[in-house]
Design a protein around this ligand. Structure first.
Ligand code: ADP
Length: 419
C-alpha cells in the first residue's frame, strides 16, 4: 500500500478513490476501520468514516484508529479527505482531526485544500468558490448539518484549530512546486502548522501534490489526489494499471435512493420526475408520527421495479427542511430520514435490486451500513467525483453520490452506464 486515506464520509471516500483509480492506482474503500482484517490488495486504501458531523472528540479518535490501521498496513503517505465545500462547523471536525493526525505522525506542517476545479470548487486567496459564487453565497449556506456561511477558509479553519493557520497563495502555486515548498518553509518559520492552499485548476493541484510528496500528511478534498499517482510512479513506487477501474458486470433490478437536500440533487430529482420516471417521496412528518413510511416506499417500488428503475427520495426544499428541523431537531430529523432510507435500500436489495444509486453523503453512509457492506472496489467514473463501485465479493453495484455532485441527468446516466 502506498497511500492511506482517511475520509470523513462515505461519498467523500469514493470521490477520492475515484480520483486515484482514474490515474491507475488500484483502490479499495473500506467502510469504517477494519477489525482484525488483513489489508486488501491495492495501491491505495481509503478508510471511509462517518465523522464529518459527529462530536469532534469522536471524529478525532476514529480518525486516529484509521491512521493506526493504515500505518500497520504499510501505507507510506497519509491523506485526510474532507468535502470540497469544506463542510464543517466552528467545533470541527477538519481542524481537530488534521491536528490530531499531524501530532500522531510527528508532522509539523500540512496544507488544507478543498479545491476540485472539475466540479467548480476553486480556492483563490483562501476563499472557496462554488462555480461563480463564494461558498457563503452558494446552496451550502443552508446545508442541513454544516451550513457554510463564510468563504474565507483561513478564518473558517482558524476557528477550529489550535495552531496558527496560514495561506499559500495562487501566485506562489503558479510558480511551481519548488516555490510552494519554499513558502511552506516560510510559513513553518512563522509558526504556521496548517496552511490553506489556493488552487484554481488541475495544474495547481498537481503542483500542490508534488510539493506535498514528502510530507507525511496531506489534508484536502479529492482534488490534490489527482496529482499523487504521477509522483509515486516517478519514484518507482507505482506501476499505473490501465484496468484499475474494471468491475464485473452485474444483472438484476435498478433503483435510486436520495436523502440529499443539496441543490444539485434537487435538480436531479426534479429531472427524474419530469422525465416521467417513478418516484416516491418520503413524508417526514408521517415518519415522525411513526407511520410505516419505509414499507409504503417499498410497496410503491415493487409496483414499478419490473418496468424500470424507481426513485425513493426525502430530498426537499430548504424551507421544508427547516420546518422539519425546527419541529424535530436537526440531528433527530437527519437520523430519522437516514434510517428510513437505509431500511428502504436494504429492502430494495432484498427485492432484487443489484444496481443502486444513492444521493447524499450521510445517506450513503447509512445505506452502506444497513447493507452490511464492508468494502468497495472502485470502478469507472460516472461524473467527476462519483464512480461506480462494487460491494467486495457480492454481485451488487453502488454509486454513492455526494450531494452537490453530478449532472442534472445523473441518475439515468449512472444506471445506463452499467445496464
Ligand atoms: P448531502 O451529501 O447533500 O450533504 P447528506 O445525506 O449528507 O446529503 O445530508 C442530508 C441530511 O439531511 C441527511 O441527514 C438526511 O437524512 C437529511 N434530510 C434529508 N431529507 C430531509 C428532510 N426532508 N427533512 C429533514 N432532513 C432531511
Amino acid at each position: 500500500m502506498i497511500l492511506g486515506v482517511i475520509a470523513d464520509d462515505f461519498t467523500g471516500a469514493t470521490d477520492v478513490a475515484s480520483m486515484l483509480v482514474r490515474a491507475g492506482m488500484r483502490t479499495v474503500q473500506v467502510i469504517g476501520v477494519p477489525q482484525n482484517e488483513a489489508a486488501p490488495e491495492a495501491d491505495a486504501v481509503v478508510v471511509a468514516l462517518k465523522s464529518r458531523t459527529t462530536p469532534a472528540a469522536q471524529a478525532v479518535s476514529e480518525s486516529l484508529a484509521a491512521l493506526r490501521w493504515l500505518r500497520a498496513a504499510g501505507a507510506r503517505q497519509f491523506y485526510f479527505k474532507y468535502c470540497s465545500t469544506f463542510d464543517s462547523t466552528p467545533a470541527g471536525n477538519i481542524g481537530p482531526v488534521a491536528e490530531a493526525l499531524m501530532d500522531a505522525l510527528g508532522s509539523d506542517f500540512a496544507i488544507a485544500c478543498p479545491a476540485f476545479p472539475e466540479n467548480g470548487r476553486t480556492v483563490f486567496r483562501g476563499h472557496l468558490f462554488v462555480g461563480d459564487q463564494l461558498l457563503s453565497d452558494s446552496g451550502m449556506r443552508t446545508h442541513p448539518l454544516t451550513p457554510m456561511t463564510d468563504a474565507d477558509l483561513v478564518r473558517v479553519l482558524q476557528a477550529q484549530s489550535r495552531g496558527r493557520v496560514g495561506l499559500v497563495r495562487h501566485d506562489t502555486v503558479a510558480q511551481g512546486a519548488d516555490a510552494v515548498r519554499a513558502r511552506f518553509d516560510g510559513l513553518r518559520a512563522d509558526g504556521v502548522r496548517l496552511a490553506v492552499a489556493d488552487a484554481i485548476d488541475n495544474d495547481g493541484l498537481r503542483v500542490l501534490a508534488r510539493a506535498c510528496a514528502d510530507l507525511p500528511l496531506i489534508t484536502a478534498g479529492s482534488g490534490v489526489a489527482l496529482g499523487l499517482p504521477a509522483v509515486y510512479a516517478e519514484r518507482g513506487w507505482l506501476t499505473p494499471d490501465a484496468r484499475a477501474a474494471a468491475l464485473p458486470p452485474v444483472g438484476g433490478l435498478s433503483a435510486v435512493v436520495s436523502g440529499s437536500c443539496s441543490s444539485a440533487t434537487h435538480a436531479q430529482v426534479a429531472h427524474w420526475l419530469a422525465s416521467g420516471q417513478p418516484g416516491f417521496k418520503v413524508d417526514v412528518h408521517a415518519l415522525a408520527e411513526g407511520r410505516p413510511v419505509a414499507v409504503q416506499a417499498l410497496a410503491f417500488a415493487q409496483q414499478h421495479l419490473s418496468d424500470g428503475p424507481v426513485l425513493v427520495y426525502a430530498t426537499s426544499a430548504a424551507d421544508e427542511v427547516r420546518a422539519v428541523q425546527a419541529a424535530l431537531g436537526v440531528e433527530h430529523a437527519g437520523a430519522m430520514v437516514e434510517e428510513c432510507l437505509a431500511q428502504v435500500a436494504a429492502s430494495l436489495v432484498d427485492a432484487g435490486v443489484r444496481r443502486l444509486v444513492v444521493a447524499g453523503g450521510e445517506t450513503s453512509g447509512a445505506v452502506v451500513q444497513a447493507l452490511g457492506v464492508r468494502s468497495l472496489r472502485i470502478g469507472a467514473t460516472i461524473d467527476p467525483g462519483v464512480p461506480w463501485t462494487q460491494a467486495e465479493g457480492r454481485p451488487l453495484l453502488l454509486a454513492l453520490k455526494s450531494g452537490n455532485f453530478g449532472s442534472v441527468d445523473f441518475f439515468a446516466k449512472a444506471l445506463a452506464q452499467v445496464a
